[in-house]
Ligand binder design. Structure first.
Ligand code: NAP
Ligand code: ZN
Length: 351
């Protein structure tokens, strides 16, 4: 066991503050890695605020981790000291159930171990990437392609895979009309993937000032979702709509925009349950679905795809001393489009 330094919320809704804790010692198949960058996802904020009701404190958030390998166990085959790796939302699973054996570790039937805020298989609390290091079984780390800048790669470990995975399964064809609802960390990457697959992309936003950015990211057009006339002009025309909104909202208007057999995929995770009319679904035989991040092999595929296609998250870099300010701005929907903590930027301030 070695001491790690992180930033923890000590209670619900609290600011994060310096916190010392122990990581497990290096196992035979583990790598230890020094954290370079960590993205700030809205799920970190939901967890700090206990929006989902199952978190406990102290809580060290962070699951968009870029780190440099500092030690490898004797059984490690994939990585060497010095490699730059990514660690996303899951750090262990049973590896034998049906989802695990198909590379869908996040859907492990016995429950995947989350990178932070959950119990690992020994019952020890996991602490996330708002910290200086991580120890993980090599299976659950991915290689960052050299073509990707490490700071910009961080958001791909959650926002990237969470949007890539459902859009890839949607089998988008050139010309398919795809809507992206909410253009934050997840939404802005969804625009970039959907464009890479040749879709016609429309962004639905509550923030009119984001329209120019949406077009710059490749969207064909934007709709301010409070404008009922603009919304109505797209009635019955979408193959697929990906809803990434973090706050409670009514999905019904988006059902009215789908074609026969269209899909609404709700990947945002507001605290409150949804209310959906089955009459609306029956009217055009619609599918409402969701998706949880993605598997490890799929995460590697997504990173390689991003490197090959030049897909790069838009980030605002912050130092450790600015984490609370960044969380506060994320709460107020004031981020363009993902905060990434540079763990080395103001190291001097670390206790
Ligand atoms: P984010 O950066 O805060 O983006 C959320 C976007 O939602 C905002 O940029 C905003 O877009 C829109 N929005 C915010 N408040 C709204 C409101 N009251 N009404 C309508 N729209 C609103 O958050 P994120 O990191 O992308 O995460 C988005 C959601 O996905 C969170 O709930 C997060 O927990 C969830 N998530 C799920 C998974 C999964 O596995 N399914 C993985 C990661 C995250 P506009 O300004 O464009 O309107
Ligand atoms: Zn996340």
């Amino acid at each position: 066991m070695a001491f790690s330094h992180g930033y923890a919320a000590l209670a619900r809704n609290a600011c994060v503050e310096p916190f010392e804790f122990e990581r497990r010692s290096l196992g035979p198949n583990d790598i230890a890695a020094s954290i370079l960058f960590c993205g700030i996802c809205h799920s970190d904020l939901h967890a700090i605020d206990n929006d989902w009701g199952f978190h406990s404190y102290p809580l060290v958030p962070g699951h968009e981790i870029i780190a440099r390998v500092t030690a490898v166990g004797p059984g490690v085959e994939k990585f060497s000291i010095g490699d730059v790796v990514g660690i996303g939302t899951v750090i262990d699973s049973c590896r034998t159930c049906e989802p695990c054996s198909h590379g869908e570790e996040i859907y492990c039937e016995t429950g995947a171990t989350p990178t932070f805020g959950g119990a690992d298989r020994l019952g020890t609390m996991t602490y996330g990437g708002f910290s200086n290091d991580y120890v993980v079984d090599e299976h659950f780390a991915v290689m960052i392609p050299p073509l990707l800048d490490p700071a910009h790669a961080a958001p791909l470990l959650c926002a990237g895979i969470t949007t890539y995975s459902p859009l890839r399964r949607a089998n988008l064809q050139s010309g398919h009309k795809v809507g992206i609802v909410g253009m934050g960390g997840l939404g802005h990457l969804a625009v970039k993937w959907a464009k890479a697959w040749g879709a016609q992309v429309v962004v639905f936003t509550t923030t009119a000032a984001k329209a120019a950015d949406a077009l710059r990211f490749g969207a064909d057009s934007t709709v301010v979702s409070s404008d009922l006339e603009q919304m109505a002009s797209h009635g019955g025309s979408f193959h697929y709509i990906l809803d990434t909104v973090s706050a409670p909202h009514d999905p019904t208007p988006y059902l009215g925009l789908l074609k026969l057999d269209g899909t609404l995929c709700m990947i945002g995770m507001p605290a409150e349950p949804l209310s959906i009319s089955s009459m609306m679904l029956a009217w055009r035989r619609l599918i409402v679905t969701s998706s949880m991040t993605g598997g490890i092999a799929e995460t590697q595929e997504m990173l390689d795809f991003a490197a090959t296609h030049g897909i790069k998250p838009e980030i605002e870099r912050v130092g450790r001393s600015q984490i609370n300010e960044a969380l506060d701005r994320l709460r107020r929907n004031d981020v363009r489009y993902r905060f990434v903590i540079d763990m080395g930027a103001d190291l001097v301030e670390h206790p």
